[in-house]
Design a protein around this ligand. Structure first.
Ligand code: ADP
Ligand code: GLC
Length: 510
């Protein structure tokens, strides 16, 4: 096994690229800081959930102030979709991590994306994390260590001559090893780890240290050991310069036992040190009922006929009978986190009360089966599609009266913001980003306890509101105006980057 520490490259390999010298300007030219945004999903090519959307929108919103570029694994969808990808660098293998090429492509709107090209790890049919049947790839630790090491190598100037980042922004466990690789090699590049979901930590056997090319002390609790395994996410928490998570409430919640997934101790410590903060997401401008080309008909808060036409489409497409009661919707990964079992538990009562339900989702096979059985039990009242379809999802938000989000925990949640924009009021558990982005009784309905009765009380409130069209419309108007676009929501990131880069000693600035 090669020693990572021996590979350290601390000299400055990339001279700064400054804007052309201006004869008239007296100010010292300052170049935009280079940020490498490392992610395992990018909606332009591949999306499993909200991370894909955030990775597509946040760097674009930051482009005005930063030279920010994205690093992504070269999945089959990326290689197929990226016609003009040119190879700009090569990285050697390390332990069981195969060598890879770094490709570069520029998307139509100017966003630059680097791609880790390593077909044996990424060129597969399926999602970023597993096959189409929902089984995770057994070599995910290798696949995402490869991504993380490529990021650390780029920060060391090894892969992309002429461009090396001033700061790494890594996301969730798949890229969380990058700050650790950098720390073990003594690289000073600052890093931000954004935790989108503490429930997924990237655990692998303690004995994987050698395969991953990690120093032996990586297996210690103060590094990445976690209950007898190696945790990629813990490595990021221990080695990143700063940790953000995706809403203010979730940032508080994860420092306690109920939501901390066993990492609450170290997270509380980071919070005390001022190194853990919550930054609530925005949404991108494509979520606009007046212009979204995915919709069957466009509408706005004051002219809702178009919303009705989307509802007629969804009724037809999901085999629902027209009804006087509200149309409830589920657009979700079908996993424990999302409280799908709670929706199943109240479905009978909801239908008896005159509600209809439309659902699209995929995820854990038992939940997929239970949802499909619900549709069989209530033909014409419940329509379910197991699958992932962006256009249908947008039409369902636009068609429905209420979106159901009884999540057990929800770091931020984008679906409730999309629903609000498209005039569907979220009914959601008061937790994480749901608590921060829904105003109870104004833009949606919140309930506190995670049991079917509390949930059904909120559904009853919705049924009551639905009987008063003026009240429903007033709430819709508020909801459609409520979610922030990314253009505003990026400001805390800009401040954070600035602070971290300002702390950097001048000698290591590039
Ligand atoms: P999470 O990332 O936990 O899944 P978010 O609410 O942040 O939750 O983001 C979910 C994203 O995935 C939203 O863009 C939502 O519209 C989308 N989505 C979820 N399920 C489906 C589906 N079956 N088909 C299409 N889009 C879906
Ligand atoms: C995660 C969370 C979700 C969040 C998304 C994007 O998957 O479950 O709450 O909105 O990531 O940050």
């Amino acid at each position: 096994m090669r020693n990572l520490l021996a590979d350290a490259r601390l000299e400055d390999p990339c001279p700064p690229t400054l804007p052309p010298f201006s004869l008239t300007a007296e100010v010292t030219p300052v170049r935009r800081r280079r940020i490498l945004f490392v992610t395992s999903e990018l909606t332009d090519f591949v999306k499993a959930g909200g991370l894909g959307d955030v990775s597509a929108a946040l760097p674009r919103a930051l482009l005005a102030e930063h030279d920010i570029r994205v690093l992504l694994p070269g999945y089959r969808q990326v290689l197929k979709g990226a016609v003009a990808c040119r190879v700009v660098g090569h990285l050697p293998g390390q332990a069981a991590l195969p060598p890879c090429d770094i490709g570069e492509l520029q998307l139509a709107d100017g966003l630059r994306v680097y791609v880790v090209i390593c077909p044996e790890l990424y060129d597969r049919e399926g999602t970023p994390y597993g096959d189409d049947a929902g089984n995770e790839w057994p070599d995910n630790h290798i696949r995402f260590a490869r991504l993380s090491l490529a990021a650390a190598d780029m920060a060391a100037g090894l892969a992309t001559p002429g461009w090396c980042p001033d700061l790494l922004h890594v996301n969730d466990w798949p890229s969380a090893l990058a700050p650790a690789y950098m720390a073990w090699r003594g690289q000073a590049t600052p890093s931000v780890l954004t935790i989108h979901n503490l429930g997924y930590q990237g655990a692998c056997p303690l004995g994987s240290c050698a395969e991953l090319g990690l120093p032996e002390h990586a297996g210690l609790p103060e590094s990445m050991e976690f209950y007898g395994k190696l945790s990629f996410l813990k490595a990021g928490i221990n080695h990143a310069s700063h940790i953000t998570t995706v809403s203010e409430t979730y940032a508080r919640e994860i420092t306690g036992e109920a939501f901390g997934c066993g990492l609450q101790g170290v997270l509380a410590q980071r919070r005390r040190e001022g190194r853990l903060s919550g930054i609530t997401h925005g949404i991108d401008a494509s979520w606009d009922a007046r212009s979204d080309p995915h919709l069957v008909a466009r509408f706005d808060a004051r002219r809702l006929q178009g919303k009705r036409r989307n509802a007629e489409y969804v009724e037809r497409s999901f085999g629902l009978l027209p009804g006087r009661g509200p149309l409830f919707a589920v657009v979700s990964r079908l996993v424990q986190q999302k409280g799908i079992d709670l929706t199943l538990a109240i479905a009978d009562r909801m239908v008896e009360a005159g509600g209809r339900l439309v659902a699209i989702g995929r995820g854990e096979p038992p939940l997929e089966r239970a949802m499909a059985q619900l549709a069989e039990r209530y033909p014409g009242r419940v329509g379910v599609r197991i699958g992932f379809d962006e256009t249908e999802a947008r039409r369902i938000y636009a068609a429905s009266d209420f979106l159901l989000m009884p999540s057990r925990y929800e770091p931020c949640g984008l679906s409730q913001m999309y629903a609000q924009r498209l005039g569907s009021l979220p009914i959601a558990r008061c937790t994480g980003g749901l608590a921060d982005t829904i105003v109870d009784g104004v833009t949606g309905l919140l309930f506190r306890e995670g049991d079917p009765d509390s949930y059904f009380e909120a559904v009853q409130r919705a049924l009551n509101i639905h009987r008063y069209p003026e009240l429903l419309n007033a709430m819709r108007c508020k909801a459609m105006e409520a979610p922030q676009y990314w253009s505003k929501a990026v400001r805390p990131y800009t401040r954070l980057y600035r602070d971290l880069l300002a702390e950097l000693p001048v000698s290591v600035r590039r």
